[in-house]
Design a protein around this ligand. Structure first.
Ligand code: NAD
Ligand code: MG
Ligand code: MG
Length: 339
């Protein structure tokens, strides 16, 4: 595995280019502001004229352009809109407007890997994918550090795509901690697998099922929340800091014995076989095509699941308990007015 650092990158390369960030959500906010603070003079955020993000980007001192206009202007065009909308944006605003020989960039490989976007052959196509959410990409950068980034090149028409991508990654802070070389395929498939099986899907299902089991057995929802939701952070912080062994060093022997003897009963061979099935859906493109069909139909089941999940009792109890712990809200990672 090849890792690059600031010393391997020429940050002036990106500073000499007109850089467009399309979208000003989690990642767009971080990339645009970090590029600007790294000294890139010609950075524009591209948004729809009616977007609520226009005011946020302008308040941060960034230039805002329309998407077609920005596509005709940019030398490096980073697409940071939701993955499911990027194909349509490519066809409507980028394919015919991008200048000859510029670079098209992504922070996730989905659209390129599954050929939902088939870029013109004259373009460089690279990915700089920070391994963290946008607010962390921004907050670490502001502290003089950076979130590690993945770098991949799908098309190298100029012969310079890796250097430009590396320069971009350095300008958003990635070179301070490391820029890891990968491929669009590897990034896309491991990213989807991680979020489905562990980070988002696996973890929330584990939490919810455990919460429901305690509540159904007659325990107070508040107790169930503390034990099955709130304390996840304490455990994850220990794992994050020093791995699973570090966490086990810190917990009681009783908890550690329960871990070894009961954990494998919760997540067993059957779960593992289903994990493999989920990986098959990712590798074959079945997951991507299901998600694209869902979008083509106007996201009916996605919206229904989102509504149903938001109404789960766990959210209600959580709100009440978090109000008793004001320190939780004091250093919020998510501030909906800014990012
Ligand atoms: P997001 O949903 O937070 O933000 C998307 C932004 O796009 C919105 O704020 C809006 O300004 C804009 N937008 C929405 N619809 C649009 C449209 N039709 N036309 C123009 N602009 C539109 O998205 P995000 O989470 O920042 O994801 C952006 C990309 O970064 C995705 O490819 C994602 O996979 C990748 N990524 C995200 C994270 C993360 O932690 N969120 C981490 C790594 C990579
Ligand atoms: Mg992802
Ligand atoms: Mg306990």
């Amino acid at each position: 595995m090849r890792v690059y650092y600031d010393r391997d990158a020429d940050v002036n390369l990106i500073k000499g280019k007109k850089t467009v960030i399309i979208g000003y959500g989690s990642q767009g906010f971080a990339h645009a502001n970090n590029l600007k603070d790294s000294g890139a003079k010609e950075v524009a955020v591209a948004l729809r004229p009616d977007s609520s993000s226009v005011a946020k980007a302008e308040a941060a001192g960034l230039t805002v352009m329309g998407i077609d206009e920005a596509a005709r202007w940019g030398d490096v065009v980073m697409v940071l809109t939701p993955d499911e909308l990027q194909g349509q944006m490519w066809r409507e605003s980028l394919r015919d407007n991008l200048k000859e020989g510029v670079a098209l960039a992504f922070a996730h490989g989905l659209n390129i890997h599954y050929r939902l976007i088939e870029p013109r052959p004259d373009l460089d196509v690279f990915m700089v994918a920070p391994k963290g959410p946008g607010h962390t990409v921004r907050s670490e950068y502001e502290l003089g550090r950076g979130v590690p980034c993945l770098l991949a090149v799908a098309q190298n028409a100029s012969g310079n795509a890796t250097e430009i991508g590396l320069s971009y990654a350095a300008a958003i802070g990635g070179g301070r901690s490391g820029v890891i070389e990968t491929t669009f395929r590897e990034e896309t498939e491991t990213d989807l697998f991680g979020e489905q099986v562990v980070l988002c899907g696996g973890l929330t299902s584990l939490i919810k099922n455990a919460f429901e089991t305690l509540v159904e057995a007659g325990y107070a929802p508040e107790m169930a929340y503390f034990e099955c939701v709130h304390e996840v952070k304490l455990i994850v912080d220990l794992i994050y800091e020093g791995g699973i062994a570090n966490m086990r060093y810190s917990i009681s022997n009783t908890a550690e014995f329960g871990d070894y003897s009961r954990g494998p009963k919760v997540i067993d061979e059957g779960t593992r076989a289903r994990m493999k099935g989920i990986l098959d859906d990712i590798q074959s493109g079945r997951f991507a095509s299901e998600w694209m069909s869902e979008n083509a139909a106007g996201q009916p089941s996605f919206k229904a699941m989102r509504r149903r999940e938001a109404e789960h009792p766990i959210e209600e109890v959580g709100e009440k308990l978090r109000a008793m712990m004001p320190w939780i809200g004091e250093s919020r990672l998510v501030d909906k007015s800014k990012n």
